[in-house]
Design a protein around this ligand. Structure first.
Ligand SMILES: [Zn+2]
Ligand SMILES: [Zn+2]
Length: 327
């Protein structure tokens, strides 16, 4: 798979000393009471719901006095030396209300602040974004080999405590890089946050029943309680998906392109009510962080046909595999 195959564009880049595997952190600038929320909203805006390209910096910062010979620092320095200036990963980040201390654990939090916090505020990287989806960039090319000098300078040669926006030229330069999906062990944080939001929101029983049908058989191995939560979250996502499609004026069938706004006999009928939201990857629920990109908008006929097709291909698959066993 290549970067251009991702469902959303890579919108920004982050420069780090070492690859982040579970979270990326930003240090709020300024001392005001709103410093953290300002930092968070800047990062959100820079991401524009896209992916973040991670590049390893050229240099490695000096830790606070007393930590120069810490064995982990020595190890990290060696690792940094082999990776410096490389493009290592593409991440999807999702902010959580949980404080950094809760995300990384108290011991790791204390270690980070003792080593790197430059004042007594202990908020180095305090604005933490758990990584909810991640891809390793194969061969980890050097940024200077991928970008032209001018593009490189535009992205990286200014100080930034947040993200560095990518333009179309930068996106074209990375489009063909090969990537491989990796586990995102912190995806559960985002999933649990969203389950909570789903439980607080007003979901219609009809939407939930429909989602239950789409997820039927896909949630084996989950407890009854967890299954209920996953269905609620998927329904909540499906509603957000439909709202986004409406906002973009895209209430049309993804399969047959049926568009109720072109029909004189449907004037006054809310367009949304002409469609079902179909879950394209039910088996991914409970397995990975699913998003609105996992859904499709279908007219009732196409939805029904899609499920008949799925049933047919499942039966054919079973027949084939049983035949395989006989020979
Ligand atoms: Zn259709
Ligand atoms: Zn469906």
């Amino acid at each position: 798979m290549r970067i251009s195959d991702l469902p959303r564009p890579v919108t920004a880049s982050k420069a780090d000393w070492l690859p982040g595997t579970t979270w990326l952190g930003f240090t709020p600038q300024g001392k005001g009471p709103n410093a953290e929320s300002q930092c968070e909203s800047t990062v959100q805006r820079q991401m524009e719901k896209g992916y973040v390209l991670e590049r390893i910096t050229q240099s490695f910062e000096e830790p606070n006095p007393g930590f120069e010979n810490d064995p982990r620092i020595i190890q990290e320095r060696i690792e940094h030396e082999t990776l410096k200036d490389s493009l290592v990963a593409v991440h999807k980040l999702r902010h959580s209300m949980r404080p950094l201390e809760q995300i990384v654990g108290k011991d790791e939090f204390d270690r980070l602040q003792n080593m790197w916090s430059s004042d007594n505020e202990r908020r180095r990287w305090a604005v933490a974004f758990p990584i909810v989806e991640t891809y390793e960039i194969i061969d980890r090319p050097k940024a200077k080999d991928v970008f032209t000098k001018e593009v490189f300078r535009r992205i990286y040669q200014t100080q930034s405590a947040t993200l560095r926006p990518l333009d179309d030229e930068a996106r074209a330069a990375i489009a063909k890089l090969k990537i491989k999906r990796m586990d995102a062990p912190n995806a559960w944080i985002a999933i649990d946050d969203e389950i909570m939001m789903a439980e607080l929101s007003n979901l219609s029983p009809r939407d939930q029943r429909q989602m239950e049908r789409d997820l039927f058989g896909a949630l084996e191995g989950e407890t009854e309680e967890r299954r209920g939560k996953i269905i609620k979250r998927a329904t909540w996502l499906a509603n957000r998906f439909a709202k986004e499609r409406k906002r973009h004026g895209l209430l049309i069938c993804d399969e047959c392109k049926f568009d109720p706004s072109m029909r004189n006999d449907l004037v006054g009928v809310p367009a949304r009510s002409c469609f079902d939201v179909h879950h394209k990857n039910p088996l991914a629920e409970g397995e990975r962080y699913t998003t609105i990109d996992d859904f499709a908008l279908l007219c009732p006929t196409c939805h029904r046909l899609e499920h008949l097709r799925l049933k047919l291909s499942k039966n054919n698959g079973l027949r084939k595999s049983s035949k395989h066993h006989q020979t």
